[in-house]
Write a protein of this length. Structure first.
Length: 211
């Protein structure tokens, strides 16, 4: 009886070592979201996630989140280099009472690219969103073919406290925001501080929004 108990204990200890040594799942360079997805999925093309927030945790630094079919994919905070693209689909973020995308990129030298996305601050029609896109930290931000509308403060806010990030806004529509593009030094509250950011604005339409 004593020998059997000892053997069982050794087996249990071996199993514990085996389980603790199991490798974590690697993040993918390319992930997918779908209107009928689930954030419990691995975010592959055949098992997509439901939201951008769910997909970004499973996407490698410098990777890309792609939209598989039309849907609303939720607000997201970005802390790594990433591309989010809704190419060929009606990709939407509803952001009532909050900000659509916050970029606080703590990874040095990494870029954020947002393409073919609509960011709607009207949401439920009663509570407007705060800011469409807030760029707080990062190497560069590129917005291409993005539609941002219905935010109580800015459609796009660039509020970098240090460094010289690059911001490119291309083929983009900004509407029904108090301010279209607001560039500021968040440390001292100076608006339009050219020392804080470099970039370009090309074919941008501002409707009912001050740029």
């Amino acid at each position: 009886m004593q020998k059997y108990c000892l053997t069982l204990s050794v087996f249990a200890a071996a199993m514990a070592v085996s389980l603790s040594a199991a490798p974590a799942h690697a993040q993918a360079t390319g992930t997918w979201v779908s209107g009928v997805g689930d954030d419990a999925n691995p975010c592959s093309r055949t098992a997509p996630c439901k939201t951008f927030a769910g997909a970004i945790s499973k996407t490698a630094d410098g990777g890309e989140i792609r939209v598989l079919d039309p849907g609303g994919f939720g607000a997201v905070t970005i802390t790594k280099g990433i591309t989010i693209t809704g190419d060929g689909n009606l990709a939407n973020i509803l952001a009532a009472g909050t900000s659509g995308i916050i970029i606080n990129n703590i990874t040095p030298g990494k870029d954020v690219i947002i393409r073919n996305i609509s960011i709607n601050g009207f949401g439920d029609g009663t509570t407007p969103g705060i800011t469409g896109i807030r760029f707080l930290a990062g190497n560069s931000l590129t917005l291409q073919n993005v539609s941002i509308y219905g935010f109580a403060t800015s459609c796009v806010e660039v509020a970098i406290t240090s460094g010289g990030p690059v911001t490119h806004i291309i083929d983009t529509t900004l509407s029904n925001c108090t301010i279209g593009i607001n560039v500021s030094n968040a440390a001292v509250g100076q608006r339009s501080s050219v020392a804080m950011t470099r970039g370009s604005i090309n074919n941008v339409r501002a409707d009912s929004a001050q740029v």
